[in-house]
Design a binder for this molecule. Structure first.
Ligand code: GAR
Length: 210
């Protein structure tokens, strides 16, 4: 059984979906702890499912590094197999990424590498694109630059505003996240293999002309 810690900042609707999926005894993963960088509304979902929560309030630390050290200490208490960033609206410091990689994944409301960062839905609307999407990635030390594990397009419809578009993206994110966690737990998706960049040798053979 794969054990999962989830980190949130907000309403935690994607967390709730993962908790619902994991409540099925046939699901091969369990959420064992939920953490946040602030008093997140999403803690209520964890409490409803009897899952322990922990708070590492970003504002109370002198630096991102210090916050990351406490986050690392809190995660070590639970020692999960996988850490899921599900709406954690903070950049995780390199020491945390390096400690957990590649067992640290993130959901993102855009079709990466399009629209990375904290305002992906707003940025897609501002760019006037006709489709955006949802992605699940391995976290690396860039901003939403890690290896893509799953992604799907979502159309931008006439009259979409930030809320309407985001609410259409989120169910896709949930489905992708639950499927990725299931595949990791089943051994169908190997995060180490998924994180290996294509070698220069293989890319050379693709581009080579006789
Ligand atoms: C989700 O759309 C998630 O992808 C996004 O915040 C939302 C959280 O919703 N995260 C980011 O934009 C991170 N860059 P939720 O709290 O209702 O699950």
């Amino acid at each position: 059984m794969l054990t999962v810690a989830v980190l949130i900042s907000g309403t935690g609707s994607n967390l709730r979906a993962l908790l619902e999926a994991a409540a099925d005894p046939r699901f091969p993963a369990r959420v064992i702890a939920v953490g946040a960088d602030r008093e997140a509304d999403g803690f209520a979902h964890a409490e409803a499912y009897g899952i322990p929560t922990f708070l590492v309030p970003y504002e109370q630390f002198d630096s991102r590094v210090a916050w990351g050290e406490e986050l690392t200490a809190q995660l070590a208490v639970w020692s999960p197999d996988l850490v899921v960033l599900s709406g954690l609206m903070r950049l995780v410091p390199p020491a945390v990424v390096d400690a957990w990689a590649p067992r640290l994944i993130n959901t993102h409301p855009a079709y990466l590498p399009e629209f990375p960062g904290a305002h992906a839905v707003r940025d897609a609307l501002a760019a006037g694109v006709t489709s955006t999407g949802a992605s699940v990635i391995v976290v690396d030390n860039g901003v939403d630059t890690g290896p893509i594990l799953a992604q799907e397009r979502v159309p931008v419809l006439p009259g979409d505003d930030l809320h309407r578009l985001h609410e259409r993206i989120k169910p896709v994110e949930r489905r992708l996240l639950i499927d990725v966690v299931r595949r990791i737990a089943n051994g169908e998706l190997d995060l180490v293999v998924a994180s290996v960049p294509p070698s220069s040798e293989s890319s050379a053979s693709i581009t080579e002309t006789p």
